[in-house]
Design a protein around this ligand. Sequence first.
Ligand code: M6R
Length: 366
Amino acid sequence: EKGGYEHFMLKEINEQPRSIADCMRGRLDAQNGRLIVGGLRDYINKFQNADRIIITACGTSWHAGLVAEYLFEEFARIPVEVEYASEFRYRNPVINEGDFVIAISQSGETADTLAAIELAKSKGATIFGVCNVVGSSIARATHAGSYTHAGPEIGVASTKAFTAQISVLTMMALMLGYQRGTLSETKYIQLLSELEAIPAKVEKALKLNEQIEKISEQYKDARNFLYLGRGYNFPVALEGALKLKEISYIHAEGYPAAEMKHGPIALIDEEMPVVFIATKDSSYEKVVSNIQEVKARKGKIIAVVTEGDTSVKAMADHVIEIPHAHEALVPLISVVPLQLLSYHIAVMRGCNVDQPRNLAKSVTVE
Ligand code: M6R
């Protein structure tokens, strides 16, 4: 059942090239410049003319929502708010009929997300679900939706569901941007083929497993970790930290790299491993200076970089090189080494990786 892997989590991490491809199958046809997210068909007008997109979710799914905020705003130019379902449902939020609400949930059973949907529905908004489990409560409670088709995810730590959620949301953002005319045809076509190339790049990133295992050995006894990224890699930093916390019980914080100097920088000393996601993108130079700041305070630097990088390599204690991709698609690749890092550290610490203490696969109570 674990397909030869020691844990479901490792199996699911390794399944990502296939699960991402499964998610795109029948939807994306880059050769012919076609992209159809079927679930959107009946609601495309509402989506295209939405005053605002509200994304609601919990945990890892909320991180996928943050990536989507960047995607929707960049490509479709519609304002986006990303809300923790547990806060949204209780704070008497302003919700209007012109709002398009996207609820993201692997299990489709998360109590707070479900309640947020019911609230938004009662205010007349259109609700779209991005779920993995077919026929789940959230899939049934929404007006329409698209399944992620990642296959069953057994490990409590979400991995392949996260990348499948981002895949669906990316397709939605590209389709929306193109139809609204905010994304040019040339760029659209280019992004479609870049998207199609992602599974092969994830496959390549998985080959870093042994290198990451070696790095894990050196940091398995750390008491704290900091994860930093900017732009599209900021949510990836949050996700990397959550993965480490939940399965290895090491305290970790994810932060936008620039926020470091507003507080967390005080934590940095020679004992502190700092994971940077520093791929070649529009914020690269800025991240490089953030790395310098950590280096100056003797923090240990583990950096996820783009293949061929030189500047970060000169400073970091370890570099993990991933294939280049358009910056909007990088989270699909850059999260993979972080999943592996948390996995190996947790295994080395003797933790129950698939069923960490105090956690359940789906949180059906608020
Ligand atoms: O099933 P959902 O996507 O609604 O679950 C949301 C969170 O409970 C979930 O992502 C949780 O944070 C994971 N254990 C993270 O790995």
